[in-house]
Design a binder for this molecule. Structure first.
Ligand SMILES: NC(=O)c1ccc[n+]([C@@H]2O[C@H](COP(=O)([O-])OP(=O)(O)OC[C@H]3O[C@@H](n4cnc5c(N)ncnc54)[C@H](OP(=O)(O)O)[C@@H]3O)[C@@H](O)[C@H]2O)c1
Length: 283
C-alpha cells in the first residue's frame, strides 16, 4: 500500500492516477476527502488527516510500504506554512514511515538549502535533512518550478517584479514520471533525483508563450520591485516573488539525467498546449 500525502494536489493527482493504473494499492492522505473527489480512476482509499497531526498519520499507516510526500505549505487553505507543513509535517511523515518500516519518496525543490532567501526552500532542506538522518529508506525528488502552475498564475495575475530573471520551468508530468520511478525502483533509494525542464526562461518570456499558446493577447502588468520590498517584511509571497525576481533560478537539467534518462523532458510549449487541453480538475 502506498500512502500519498498531497495526492489531491497538482502533482499528486497525476502520481496517484498513474500508480493506480500501474496496479498499486494507493491511499490518499488529505485534510478533506472532498478534495479527492476528482480522483475517481480505479480503486482508491482515502484517509483523512493532516501532516501536522501525528496521530492522524499513524492511523493512516496500516499496511503502508511506501510513503510519498507531495505536500506543500507555501500557499493554500488551512493556515499552512512552510515550517509547519514542509518542514515539520514532512518530519512527522518520515518518523511514521520509520516506525512502520516503510520507504519514503519525498518531493523537494531544486535549490533547497539552509541559507536560501526563501523559507520554503529552507523548510524543504530541513525535511531532506530529517529524512536522510532517519531510519526509512528514502528517495528525494527535487524539481524546478512547475510550468503549468505558473502558466495558470500568469494567465490571471501580473508579473511579480521585473520578470527578466531566467528561471527553470518543468512540466509537472515529467516530475510525476520521476516520482513514479522513485516508487517503483528500489535501486533509487538513497538518491536525490533532480528534475528540471529543457530551458531557463523569464516570467516575461513565459507570459508571452502562455498568451501565444492560448491565442490570447493582453497587456502584461508588473508589480514593481519597490512594492514587493515594502510588503516583504509582512508576507511570505512577496518575499518569495522578490527572490524569484533576483536570485539565480537557472538549472541545467540535461546534466542531471543519468538516473532518470528514460523520463521525457517535455518542451514548455507542448506542456502548455497540453495544459490548455486538459484543464485542471482541482484547484
Ligand atoms: N508547484 C511547483 O512549482 C513545485 C516546484 C518544486 C517542487 N514542488 C513540490 O511538489 C509537491 C507538489 O506540489 P503541487 O504544486 O502539486 O502542490 P499543490 O497542488 O499545491 O497541492 C498541495 C498538496 O498538499 C497537501 N497539503 C497541504 N497541507 C497539508 C497538510 N497540513 N496535511 C496534509 N496535506 C496537506 C494538500 O492536500 P489537501 O488539501 O487535500 O489536504 C495538497 O494535496 C510539493 O511538495 C511541492 O513543494 C512544487
Amino acid at each position: 500500500m502506498i500512502l500519498v500525502a498531497g495526492g489531491t494536489g497538482r502533482l499528486g493527482t497525476i502520481v496517484v492516477s498513474h500508480l493506480v493504473a500501474g496496479g498499486h494499492e494507493v491511499r490518499v492522505f488529505t485534510r478533506d476527502p472532498e478534495r479527492a473527489r476528482h480522483l475517481n480512476e480505479g480503486p482508491l482509499e482515502i484517509a483523512r488527516g493532516d501532516v501536522r497531526d501525528r496521530r492522524s498519520i499513524e492511523s493512516a499507516m496500516n499496511g503502508v510500504t511506501t510513503v510519498v510526500s507531495a505536500v506543500q505549505g507555501f500557499a493554500g487553505p488551512g493556515r499552512v506554512t512552510p515550517e509547519s507543513v514542509d518542514r515539520d509535517g514532512n518530519a512527522n511523515l518520515v518518523d511514521a514511515a520509520g516506525r512502520a518500516g516503510a520507504d519514503v519518496v519525498m518531493m523537494s525543490i531544486v535549490g533547497a538549502s539552509d541559507d536560501s532567501p526563501m523559507e520554503l526552500f529552507r523548510a524543504k532542506h530541513a525535511a531532506e535533512h530529517h529524512l536522510r538522518a532517519g531510519d526509512a529508506p528514502w528517495t528525494i525528488v527535487r524539481a524546478t518550478a512547475f510550468v503549468e502552475l505558473w502558466a495558470e498564475i500568469l494567465g490571471k495575475a501580473p508579473v511579480f517584479g521585473r520578470g527578466d530573471n531566467p528561471i527553470n520551468f518543468v512540466s509537472v508530468r515529467d516530475v510525476a514520471a520521476v516520482v513514479e520511478r522513485a516508487v517503483d525502483r528500489p535501486e533509487l533509494r538513497g538518491r536525490i533525483l533532480e528534475v528540471g525542464g529543457p530551458a531557463n526562461v523569464t516570467f516575461n518570456e513565459l507570459a508571452a508563450l502562455v498568451q501565444e499558446v492560448r491565442g490570447t493577447r493582453r497587456k502584461l502588468h508588473h508589480v514593481p520591485r519597490w512594492l514587493l520590498r515594502a510588503l516583504a517584511p509582512v508576507a511570505r509571497q512577496p518575499r518569495a516573488a522578490l527572490a524569484m525576481d533576483t536570485v539565480d533560478m537557472t538549472f541545467d537539467a540535461a546534466s542531471r539525467r543519468a538516473l532518470i534518462a528514460d523520463v521525457p523532458m517535455t518542451a514548455l510549449r507542448s506542456a502548455l498546449s497540453d495544459a490548455v487541453v486538459h484543464a485542471r480538475p482541482h484547484s
